[in-house]
Design a binder for this molecule. Sequence first.
Ligand SMILES: C[S@@+](CC[C@H](N)C(=O)[O-])C[C@H]1O[C@@H](n2cnc3c(N)ncnc32)[C@H](O)[C@@H]1O
Length: 217
Amino acid sequence: MLTQRAAGAVRSPFDRALRADLVTEHCVLELAGGERITLAVARWHAAADAADELLVGRCTGPTLDIGCGPGRLTVALGARGIPALGVDVSPVAVRLTRRRGGAALRRDVFDRIPAAGRWQHVLLADGNIGIGGDPLALLHRVGQLLAAEGTALVEVAAPGTGLLRAPARFAGPERDASWFPWAMLDAEAIAAPAAEAGLSVVWHEARSGRWFVELAR
Ligand SMILES: C[S@@+](CC[C@H](N)C(=O)[O-])C[C@H]1O[C@@H](n2cnc3c(N)ncnc32)[C@H](O)[C@@H]1O
């Protein structure tokens, strides 16, 4: 799992990437296989853009924003009158989301989550399908969190990525160098773990160089 527990504290290797004062830094996630992924940190701190609104616009009821980061999607949902809760292991993320007016809880998605089994939607945006490094385990967890008629809105990687599971770390001398499990997959590759978790792709769309799918039972 992605979290690190030390002296009773739960924190995330993303803490540093989430710090607003470092937004202008080039933030790169390095996978053990050598792939380098530039993270859209500036986007996380900005207001929701047109591609984000595509996701948010599909949410019609209470929505759980898993790995909410600084909370732009949680806040955008609230602005549309949709009850939303952000959950994130990073205290920095939770503080920033609350500062923007969003509701957020510092919690590992695999731990106890309020209203489990009653969420109308869950969001896994910005590559968060990689959380824990095991998309099948995460999709199983999503299935436990969703209401019977609920859906999961997932941002996937560019077509051709397939399924990539590898340890990752933040690149650069200033970064936390510890490795954590991570994964990436594209719209085609999500079908198999989704089916195993009892879900199937009911919608997909691309916007502004980003790719999204919606999963339902
Ligand atoms: C790629 S960033 C997401 C950015 C976010 N969606 C946004 O709009 O700013 C990944 C986020 O997932 C959080 N995270 C990682 N593992 C987690 C876990 N097991 N449970 C909850 N959040 C987690 C990290 O702390 C980080 O904020």
